[in-house]
Ligand binder design. Structure first.
Ligand code: AMP
Length: 456
Protein backbone atom coordinates (compact mmCIF):
# COMPACT_ATOMS: atom_id res chain seq x y z
CA UNK A 1 0.00 0.00 0.00
CA UNK A 2 1.75 3.10 -1.21
CA UNK A 3 1.06 6.26 -3.16
CA UNK A 4 3.34 7.41 -5.96
CA UNK A 5 3.62 10.63 -7.89
CA UNK A 6 5.90 12.23 -10.51
CA UNK A 7 5.99 15.41 -12.58
CA UNK A 8 8.25 16.76 -15.36
CA UNK A 9 9.04 19.44 -16.42
CA UNK A 10 7.53 21.98 -14.06
CA UNK A 11 9.09 24.93 -12.24
CA UNK A 12 7.09 24.13 -9.09
CA UNK A 13 7.78 20.40 -9.25
CA UNK A 14 8.46 19.82 -5.53
CA UNK A 15 5.46 21.86 -4.30
CA UNK A 16 3.11 20.12 -6.73
CA UNK A 17 4.49 16.73 -5.75
CA UNK A 18 3.92 17.56 -2.09
CA UNK A 19 0.28 18.44 -2.88
CA UNK A 20 -0.05 15.22 -4.88
CA UNK A 21 1.21 13.26 -1.87
CA UNK A 22 -1.32 15.03 0.36
CA UNK A 23 -4.06 13.72 -1.89
CA UNK A 24 -2.56 10.23 -1.73
CA UNK A 25 -1.97 10.22 2.03
CA UNK A 26 -4.60 7.49 2.58
CA UNK A 27 -2.37 5.10 0.60
CA UNK A 28 0.37 5.31 3.23
CA UNK A 29 0.78 7.16 6.50
CA UNK A 30 4.10 5.77 7.58
CA UNK A 31 6.61 7.84 5.64
CA UNK A 32 6.84 10.39 2.86
CA UNK A 33 9.58 11.45 0.49
CA UNK A 34 10.34 13.61 -2.54
CA UNK A 35 13.37 13.58 -4.83
CA UNK A 36 14.06 16.27 -7.41
CA UNK A 37 16.68 16.80 -10.10
CA UNK A 38 18.08 20.16 -10.99
CA UNK A 39 20.63 19.97 -13.83
CA UNK A 40 22.99 17.27 -12.62
CA UNK A 41 22.17 17.85 -8.94
CA UNK A 42 19.78 15.65 -7.00
CA UNK A 43 17.86 16.76 -3.89
CA UNK A 44 16.14 14.25 -1.63
CA UNK A 45 14.09 14.64 1.52
CA UNK A 46 12.27 11.77 3.19
CA UNK A 47 11.27 10.88 6.73
CA UNK A 48 8.86 8.85 8.82
CA UNK A 49 5.53 10.59 9.36
CA UNK A 50 2.65 12.20 7.53
CA UNK A 51 3.22 14.47 4.52
CA UNK A 52 2.39 17.50 6.68
CA UNK A 53 4.99 16.44 9.27
CA UNK A 54 7.72 15.66 6.77
CA UNK A 55 7.60 18.76 4.53
CA UNK A 56 7.44 22.49 5.09
CA UNK A 57 7.93 25.44 2.79
CA UNK A 58 11.65 25.73 3.44
CA UNK A 59 12.27 22.06 2.71
CA UNK A 60 10.24 22.25 -0.47
CA UNK A 61 12.17 25.35 -1.63
CA UNK A 62 15.38 23.37 -1.18
CA UNK A 63 14.06 20.58 -3.41
CA UNK A 64 15.00 22.40 -6.59
CA UNK A 65 14.50 21.26 -10.15
CA UNK A 66 11.78 20.62 -12.69
CA UNK A 67 11.68 16.84 -12.27
CA UNK A 68 10.20 15.39 -9.07
CA UNK A 69 9.21 11.97 -7.80
CA UNK A 70 7.26 11.44 -4.57
CA UNK A 71 6.13 8.55 -2.41
CA UNK A 72 3.98 7.84 0.64
CA UNK A 73 4.48 4.48 2.25
CA UNK A 74 2.62 1.92 4.26
CA UNK A 75 4.94 -1.03 4.63
CA UNK A 76 3.85 -4.36 3.25
CA UNK A 77 7.37 -5.73 2.85
CA UNK A 78 10.32 -4.52 4.83
CA UNK A 79 9.99 -3.06 8.28
CA UNK A 80 9.00 0.49 9.11
CA UNK A 81 12.21 2.45 9.57
CA UNK A 82 13.88 5.41 7.96
CA UNK A 83 16.06 3.23 5.71
CA UNK A 84 12.98 1.73 4.13
CA UNK A 85 11.45 5.05 3.13
CA UNK A 86 11.13 5.99 -0.53
CA UNK A 87 11.95 7.30 -3.11
CA UNK A 88 14.90 4.94 -2.98
CA UNK A 89 17.92 6.66 -4.51
CA UNK A 90 21.27 5.35 -5.78
CA UNK A 91 24.02 6.69 -7.97
CA UNK A 92 25.08 3.95 -10.36
CA UNK A 93 27.08 3.46 -13.50
CA UNK A 94 24.02 4.27 -15.59
CA UNK A 95 23.53 7.44 -13.55
CA UNK A 96 21.02 8.65 -10.95
CA UNK A 97 18.24 6.19 -10.16
CA UNK A 98 15.29 7.00 -7.89
CA UNK A 99 12.40 4.64 -7.37
CA UNK A 100 8.87 5.07 -6.07
CA UNK A 101 7.08 1.72 -6.04
CA UNK A 102 3.52 0.65 -5.26
CA UNK A 103 2.81 -3.08 -5.11
CA UNK A 104 4.63 -6.17 -3.95
CA UNK A 105 7.10 -8.22 -5.95
CA UNK A 106 6.69 -11.95 -5.54
CA UNK A 107 10.10 -13.25 -6.68
CA UNK A 108 12.07 -11.11 -4.24
CA UNK A 109 14.04 -13.94 -2.66
CA UNK A 110 15.31 -15.34 -5.96
CA UNK A 111 16.29 -11.92 -7.28
CA UNK A 112 17.93 -10.96 -3.99
CA UNK A 113 20.09 -14.08 -4.07
CA UNK A 114 20.99 -13.63 -7.73
CA UNK A 115 21.98 -10.00 -7.24
CA UNK A 116 23.98 -10.68 -4.07
CA UNK A 117 25.89 -13.40 -5.90
CA UNK A 118 26.76 -10.75 -8.48
CA UNK A 119 28.11 -8.41 -5.81
CA UNK A 120 25.09 -6.26 -4.92
CA UNK A 121 25.11 -4.83 -1.39
CA UNK A 122 21.57 -4.25 -0.12
CA UNK A 123 20.88 -1.23 2.09
CA UNK A 124 17.23 -1.94 2.94
CA UNK A 125 14.74 -4.77 3.29
CA UNK A 126 12.41 -3.30 0.66
CA UNK A 127 11.61 -5.27 -2.44
CA UNK A 128 11.75 -1.98 -4.33
CA UNK A 129 15.53 -1.79 -3.86
CA UNK A 130 15.84 -4.83 -6.09
CA UNK A 131 14.66 -2.74 -9.03
CA UNK A 132 17.49 -0.26 -8.47
CA UNK A 133 20.07 -3.06 -8.33
CA UNK A 134 18.70 -4.65 -11.47
CA UNK A 135 18.99 -1.34 -13.31
CA UNK A 136 22.52 -0.84 -12.02
CA UNK A 137 23.55 -4.39 -13.02
CA UNK A 138 21.81 -4.40 -16.37
CA UNK A 139 24.87 -4.06 -18.68
CA UNK A 140 22.57 -2.36 -21.17
CA UNK A 141 23.76 0.67 -23.04
CA UNK A 142 20.75 2.93 -22.75
CA UNK A 143 17.99 3.63 -20.27
CA UNK A 144 15.03 2.11 -22.15
CA UNK A 145 16.98 -1.12 -22.68
CA UNK A 146 18.06 -1.23 -19.03
CA UNK A 147 14.47 -0.75 -17.91
CA UNK A 148 13.03 -3.39 -20.20
CA UNK A 149 15.70 -5.87 -19.09
CA UNK A 150 15.09 -5.11 -15.41
CA UNK A 151 11.28 -5.08 -15.46
CA UNK A 152 11.26 -8.34 -17.44
CA UNK A 153 12.87 -10.02 -14.42
CA UNK A 154 10.19 -8.86 -11.96
CA UNK A 155 7.24 -11.00 -10.94
CA UNK A 156 4.30 -9.63 -9.01
CA UNK A 157 2.74 -6.23 -8.69
CA UNK A 158 4.36 -2.95 -9.55
CA UNK A 159 3.25 0.49 -10.48
CA UNK A 160 6.40 2.56 -10.66
CA UNK A 161 7.46 6.16 -10.97
CA UNK A 162 11.20 6.44 -11.59
CA UNK A 163 13.70 9.19 -12.06
CA UNK A 164 16.47 8.00 -14.34
CA UNK A 165 18.87 10.89 -14.89
CA UNK A 166 16.79 13.49 -16.71
CA UNK A 167 13.97 11.11 -17.63
CA UNK A 168 10.76 10.53 -15.65
CA UNK A 169 9.54 6.98 -16.17
CA UNK A 170 6.15 5.45 -15.39
CA UNK A 171 5.53 1.70 -15.58
CA UNK A 172 2.84 -0.81 -14.68
CA UNK A 173 3.12 -4.61 -14.58
CA UNK A 174 1.27 -6.56 -17.26
CA UNK A 175 -1.45 -7.72 -14.82
CA UNK A 176 -2.14 -4.13 -13.75
CA UNK A 177 -2.75 -4.84 -10.04
CA UNK A 178 -2.12 -1.30 -8.87
CA UNK A 179 -3.43 1.83 -10.57
CA UNK A 180 -1.33 4.54 -12.22
CA UNK A 181 -2.64 7.46 -14.23
CA UNK A 182 -1.22 10.10 -16.51
CA UNK A 183 -2.14 13.78 -16.50
CA UNK A 184 -0.95 17.10 -17.83
CA UNK A 185 -0.42 20.49 -16.21
CA UNK A 186 1.10 23.61 -17.85
CA UNK A 187 2.76 21.42 -20.48
CA UNK A 188 4.26 19.07 -17.85
CA UNK A 189 3.31 15.41 -17.59
CA UNK A 190 2.11 14.08 -14.26
CA UNK A 191 2.03 10.47 -13.03
CA UNK A 192 -0.05 9.57 -9.98
CA UNK A 193 -1.52 6.52 -8.24
CA UNK A 194 -4.99 8.05 -8.27
CA UNK A 195 -6.80 10.80 -10.14
CA UNK A 196 -7.60 12.64 -6.88
CA UNK A 197 -3.95 13.77 -6.91
CA UNK A 198 -4.43 15.26 -10.40
CA UNK A 199 -7.60 17.02 -9.25
CA UNK A 200 -5.86 18.71 -6.35
CA UNK A 201 -3.20 20.31 -8.53
CA UNK A 202 -5.71 21.08 -11.31
CA UNK A 203 -4.01 18.76 -13.79
CA UNK A 204 -5.98 17.36 -16.69
CA UNK A 205 -6.49 13.58 -16.62
CA UNK A 206 -5.24 12.12 -19.91
CA UNK A 207 -5.51 8.37 -19.40
CA UNK A 208 -4.36 5.42 -17.29
CA UNK A 209 -0.92 3.95 -17.86
CA UNK A 210 -1.88 0.61 -19.38
CA UNK A 211 -0.87 -2.75 -17.92
CA UNK A 212 2.55 -3.61 -19.35
CA UNK A 213 3.15 -0.05 -20.56
CA UNK A 214 6.30 1.97 -19.89
CA UNK A 215 6.35 5.72 -20.55
CA UNK A 216 9.50 7.82 -20.85
CA UNK A 217 8.92 11.49 -20.16
CA UNK A 218 11.63 13.89 -21.31
CA UNK A 219 11.69 17.66 -21.23
CA UNK A 220 9.78 17.94 -24.48
CA UNK A 221 8.40 14.50 -25.27
CA UNK A 222 6.58 11.44 -24.03
CA UNK A 223 7.39 8.06 -25.51
CA UNK A 224 5.33 4.98 -24.72
CA UNK A 225 6.29 1.35 -25.25
CA UNK A 226 4.69 -2.01 -24.44
CA UNK A 227 7.69 -4.31 -24.50
CA UNK A 228 6.27 -7.35 -22.68
CA UNK A 229 4.05 -10.22 -23.78
CA UNK A 230 0.47 -9.54 -22.71
CA UNK A 231 -0.98 -11.43 -19.76
CA UNK A 232 -4.46 -11.52 -18.33
CA UNK A 233 -5.43 -8.48 -16.29
CA UNK A 234 -5.64 -8.68 -12.49
CA UNK A 235 -6.86 -5.28 -11.30
CA UNK A 236 -7.08 -5.26 -7.51
CA UNK A 237 -10.79 -5.33 -6.69
CA UNK A 238 -10.01 -4.14 -3.17
CA UNK A 239 -8.95 -0.77 -4.60
CA UNK A 240 -12.63 -0.28 -5.44
CA UNK A 241 -13.96 -1.77 -2.20
CA UNK A 242 -11.79 0.00 0.35
CA UNK A 243 -8.41 1.32 -0.61
CA UNK A 244 -8.75 4.10 -3.17
CA UNK A 245 -10.33 7.44 -2.42
CA UNK A 246 -13.99 7.66 -3.47
CA UNK A 247 -13.31 10.80 -5.50
CA UNK A 248 -10.75 8.99 -7.65
CA UNK A 249 -11.26 7.23 -10.93
CA UNK A 250 -9.48 3.92 -10.77
CA UNK A 251 -8.97 1.63 -13.78
CA UNK A 252 -11.00 4.23 -15.68
CA UNK A 253 -14.07 4.34 -13.40
CA UNK A 254 -15.21 6.33 -10.38
CA UNK A 255 -14.76 4.65 -7.02
CA UNK A 256 -17.70 6.37 -5.27
CA UNK A 257 -20.18 5.10 -7.85
CA UNK A 258 -18.80 1.56 -7.65
CA UNK A 259 -19.12 1.58 -3.84
CA UNK A 260 -22.74 2.75 -4.09
CA UNK A 261 -23.44 -0.04 -6.56
CA UNK A 262 -21.93 -2.59 -4.19
CA UNK A 263 -24.27 -1.29 -1.47
CA UNK A 264 -27.29 -1.49 -3.76
CA UNK A 265 -26.43 -5.07 -4.71
CA UNK A 266 -26.05 -5.91 -1.02
CA UNK A 267 -29.56 -4.57 -0.35
CA UNK A 268 -30.88 -6.75 -3.16
CA UNK A 269 -29.14 -9.89 -1.88
CA UNK A 270 -29.69 -9.39 1.85
CA UNK A 271 -32.60 -7.07 2.61
CA UNK A 272 -33.45 -6.32 6.23
CA UNK A 273 -36.40 -4.84 8.10
CA UNK A 274 -35.08 -1.67 9.67
CA UNK A 275 -35.83 1.97 10.51
CA UNK A 276 -32.59 3.28 9.08
CA UNK A 277 -29.41 2.43 7.20
CA UNK A 278 -26.22 3.72 8.77
CA UNK A 279 -22.54 3.36 7.86
CA UNK A 280 -19.51 2.67 9.94
CA UNK A 281 -17.82 5.97 9.13
CA UNK A 282 -16.03 6.68 6.91
CA UNK A 283 -15.34 3.40 5.16
CA UNK A 284 -18.97 2.20 5.00
CA UNK A 285 -20.55 5.51 3.94
CA UNK A 286 -20.80 4.98 0.19
CA UNK A 287 -22.06 1.40 0.28
CA UNK A 288 -24.59 2.48 2.94
CA UNK A 289 -25.87 5.20 0.58
CA UNK A 290 -26.34 2.58 -2.13
CA UNK A 291 -28.06 0.23 0.31
CA UNK A 292 -30.40 2.98 1.45
CA UNK A 293 -31.31 4.05 -2.09
CA UNK A 294 -31.99 0.49 -3.21
CA UNK A 295 -33.93 -0.55 -0.09
CA UNK A 296 -35.74 2.79 0.33
CA UNK A 297 -34.83 2.71 4.02
CA UNK A 298 -33.70 6.19 5.15
CA UNK A 299 -29.99 6.87 5.48
CA UNK A 300 -28.79 8.29 8.80
CA UNK A 301 -25.47 8.94 10.42
CA UNK A 302 -25.71 7.02 13.67
CA UNK A 303 -22.29 8.14 14.84
CA UNK A 304 -20.12 11.15 14.21
CA UNK A 305 -16.45 11.03 13.52
CA UNK A 306 -13.92 13.38 15.04
CA UNK A 307 -11.60 14.33 12.18
CA UNK A 308 -8.98 16.02 14.29
CA UNK A 309 -7.53 13.28 16.44
CA UNK A 310 -4.60 12.34 14.21
CA UNK A 311 -2.36 9.95 16.05
CA UNK A 312 -2.91 10.07 19.75
CA UNK A 313 -0.36 8.93 22.26
CA UNK A 314 -2.53 9.55 25.28
CA UNK A 315 -2.86 6.34 27.22
CA UNK A 316 -6.36 5.79 28.60
CA UNK A 317 -6.62 5.02 32.26
CA UNK A 318 -8.59 2.04 33.51
CA UNK A 319 -11.80 4.03 34.08
CA UNK A 320 -11.66 5.32 30.49
CA UNK A 321 -11.58 1.88 28.92
CA UNK A 322 -13.53 2.77 25.78
CA UNK A 323 -11.62 5.95 25.22
CA UNK A 324 -9.94 4.72 22.06
CA UNK A 325 -13.23 3.93 20.38
CA UNK A 326 -15.07 7.00 21.63
CA UNK A 327 -12.40 9.53 20.74
CA UNK A 328 -12.89 8.68 17.08
CA UNK A 329 -16.63 8.03 16.88
CA UNK A 330 -19.40 9.34 19.07
CA UNK A 331 -22.84 7.67 18.75
CA UNK A 332 -25.93 9.81 18.21
CA UNK A 333 -28.11 8.51 21.03
CA UNK A 334 -31.21 10.45 19.97
CA UNK A 335 -31.05 9.00 16.48
CA UNK A 336 -30.26 5.44 17.53
CA UNK A 337 -32.49 4.88 20.55
CA UNK A 338 -34.86 1.90 20.13
CA UNK A 339 -34.20 1.76 16.37
CA UNK A 340 -33.62 -1.26 14.18
CA UNK A 341 -30.60 -0.43 12.05
CA UNK A 342 -28.79 -1.80 9.02
CA UNK A 343 -25.11 -1.17 9.81
CA UNK A 344 -23.00 -1.11 6.65
CA UNK A 345 -19.24 -1.66 6.47
CA UNK A 346 -17.06 -2.08 3.39
CA UNK A 347 -15.09 -5.05 4.71
CA UNK A 348 -14.27 -7.08 7.79
CA UNK A 349 -10.61 -7.98 8.27
CA UNK A 350 -9.96 -9.04 11.86
CA UNK A 351 -13.42 -8.15 13.11
CA UNK A 352 -12.17 -6.18 16.07
CA UNK A 353 -13.18 -2.72 14.80
CA UNK A 354 -16.63 -3.89 13.80
CA UNK A 355 -17.07 -5.48 17.22
CA UNK A 356 -16.15 -2.22 18.93
CA UNK A 357 -18.55 -0.20 16.74
CA UNK A 358 -21.42 -2.59 17.35
CA UNK A 359 -20.81 -2.31 21.08
CA UNK A 360 -20.81 1.48 20.85
CA UNK A 361 -24.20 1.69 19.14
CA UNK A 362 -25.67 -0.98 21.41
CA UNK A 363 -24.71 1.13 24.41
CA UNK A 364 -26.46 4.06 22.73
CA UNK A 365 -29.75 2.17 23.00
CA UNK A 366 -30.25 0.71 19.53
CA UNK A 367 -32.73 -2.15 19.21
CA UNK A 368 -31.63 -4.53 16.41
CA UNK A 369 -28.37 -4.41 14.44
CA UNK A 370 -28.29 -6.01 10.99
CA UNK A 371 -24.70 -5.79 9.84
CA UNK A 372 -24.10 -5.87 6.09
CA UNK A 373 -20.66 -6.01 4.46
CA UNK A 374 -20.16 -4.83 0.89
CA UNK A 375 -17.67 -7.54 -0.09
CA UNK A 376 -17.41 -11.31 0.48
CA UNK A 377 -15.51 -12.76 3.48
CA UNK A 378 -11.78 -11.98 3.30
CA UNK A 379 -10.04 -15.32 3.71
CA UNK A 380 -6.65 -15.15 2.03
CA UNK A 381 -3.58 -12.92 2.36
CA UNK A 382 -2.59 -10.53 -0.42
CA UNK A 383 0.83 -10.90 -2.08
CA UNK A 384 0.36 -7.91 -4.34
CA UNK A 385 0.42 -4.92 -2.03
CA UNK A 386 -2.61 -4.78 0.25
CA UNK A 387 -1.67 -5.07 3.89
CA UNK A 388 -3.71 -8.01 5.11
CA UNK A 389 -2.67 -10.05 8.08
CA UNK A 390 -1.86 -13.75 7.88
CA UNK A 391 -4.67 -16.24 7.37
CA UNK A 392 -4.80 -16.87 11.08
CA UNK A 393 -5.68 -13.24 11.76
CA UNK A 394 -8.28 -12.93 8.97
CA UNK A 395 -11.37 -13.76 10.97
CA UNK A 396 -13.28 -15.25 8.02
CA UNK A 397 -10.53 -17.69 7.19
CA UNK A 398 -11.04 -19.53 10.48
CA UNK A 399 -14.66 -18.94 11.34
CA UNK A 400 -18.05 -19.12 9.65
CA UNK A 401 -20.47 -16.22 9.36
CA UNK A 402 -22.55 -17.28 12.39
CA UNK A 403 -19.45 -17.28 14.57
CA UNK A 404 -18.38 -13.85 13.29
CA UNK A 405 -21.92 -12.50 13.85
CA UNK A 406 -21.78 -13.59 17.50
CA UNK A 407 -18.22 -12.33 17.92
CA UNK A 408 -19.19 -8.93 16.56
CA UNK A 409 -22.39 -8.92 18.56
CA UNK A 410 -24.81 -8.20 15.67
CA UNK A 411 -28.32 -9.65 15.41
CA UNK A 412 -27.66 -10.62 11.81
CA UNK A 413 -24.60 -10.51 9.57
CA UNK A 414 -24.42 -10.94 5.81
CA UNK A 415 -21.66 -10.47 3.25
CA UNK A 416 -22.09 -9.58 -0.42
CA UNK A 417 -21.67 -12.62 -2.68
CA UNK A 418 -18.65 -13.00 -4.96
CA UNK A 419 -20.92 -12.91 -8.03
CA UNK A 420 -22.76 -9.86 -6.68
CA UNK A 421 -19.48 -8.05 -6.13
CA UNK A 422 -18.18 -8.89 -9.61
CA UNK A 423 -21.51 -7.95 -11.23
CA UNK A 424 -21.28 -4.52 -9.57
CA UNK A 425 -17.92 -3.79 -11.20
CA UNK A 426 -17.66 -1.48 -14.19
CA UNK A 427 -15.24 -3.85 -15.96
CA UNK A 428 -15.47 -7.51 -17.02
CA UNK A 429 -15.05 -9.84 -14.07
CA UNK A 430 -12.10 -11.65 -15.73
CA UNK A 431 -10.09 -8.42 -15.39
CA UNK A 432 -9.96 -8.54 -11.57
CA UNK A 433 -7.77 -10.17 -8.97
CA UNK A 434 -10.06 -11.62 -6.29
CA UNK A 435 -7.43 -13.77 -4.58
CA UNK A 436 -8.16 -12.38 -1.10
CA UNK A 437 -11.69 -13.81 -1.36
CA UNK A 438 -11.10 -16.96 -3.42
CA UNK A 439 -7.47 -17.98 -2.81
CA UNK A 440 -7.05 -18.15 -6.60
CA UNK A 441 -3.84 -16.24 -7.13
CA UNK A 442 -3.22 -14.99 -10.67
CA UNK A 443 0.47 -15.95 -10.38
CA UNK A 444 1.58 -19.40 -9.37
CA UNK A 445 3.62 -18.99 -6.20
CA UNK A 446 6.16 -21.74 -5.89
CA UNK A 447 8.26 -19.44 -3.72
CA UNK A 448 8.84 -20.69 -0.12
CA UNK A 449 7.98 -17.28 1.35
CA UNK A 450 4.40 -17.53 0.12
CA UNK A 451 4.05 -21.13 1.12
CA UNK A 452 4.96 -20.07 4.65
CA UNK A 453 2.49 -17.21 4.71
CA UNK A 454 -0.35 -19.29 3.31
CA UNK A 455 0.19 -21.99 5.88
CA UNK A 456 0.33 -19.59 8.82
P1 AMP B 1 -12.18 -5.01 11.44
O1 AMP B 1 -13.63 -4.93 11.76
O2 AMP B 1 -11.30 -4.92 12.63
O3 AMP B 1 -11.89 -6.18 10.59
O4 AMP B 1 -11.82 -3.71 10.59
C1 AMP B 1 -12.43 -3.47 9.41
C2 AMP B 1 -12.07 -2.10 8.94
O5 AMP B 1 -10.72 -2.07 8.45
C3 AMP B 1 -12.94 -1.67 7.82
O6 AMP B 1 -13.32 -0.35 8.10
C4 AMP B 1 -12.08 -1.67 6.61
O7 AMP B 1 -12.45 -0.62 5.79
C5 AMP B 1 -10.70 -1.48 7.16
N1 AMP B 1 -9.69 -2.17 6.34
C6 AMP B 1 -9.85 -3.00 5.31
N2 AMP B 1 -8.68 -3.44 4.82
C7 AMP B 1 -7.74 -2.88 5.57
C8 AMP B 1 -6.31 -2.93 5.55
N3 AMP B 1 -5.66 -3.68 4.67
N4 AMP B 1 -5.67 -2.22 6.50
C9 AMP B 1 -6.32 -1.47 7.40
N5 AMP B 1 -7.66 -1.38 7.45
C10 AMP B 1 -8.36 -2.07 6.55
Amino acid sequence: MCGIFGIYPHKNASQLTCLGLYALQHRGEESAGIITRNGKKVHLHKALGLVSDVFDEKILRGLRGELAVGHVRYSTTGSSNIKNTQPFYVKSKIGDIAIAHNGNLTNTLELHKELENNGALFQTTMDSEIIAHLLAHSQKKDIPEAIIWSLAKLKGAYSLVLMLNDTLVGARDTFGWRPLCLGKLDGAYVLASETCALDLINAEYLRDIEPGEVVFIKKDSLESIKPFAETKHAFCIFEYIYFSRPDSNIFGHNVYLVRKKLGAQLAKEFPAQADMVMPIPDSGVFAALGFSEASKIPFEFGMIRNHYIGRTFIQPSQDLRDFRVRIKLNPLRDVLKKKDVVLVEDSIVRGTTSRARVKTIRQAGVNKIHMRVSCPPLKFPCFYGIDFPTRKELVASRHDIAWIRDFIGADSLEYLSLEGMLDSMPLPKEDFCTACFTGKYPLNHACPLFKNILEK
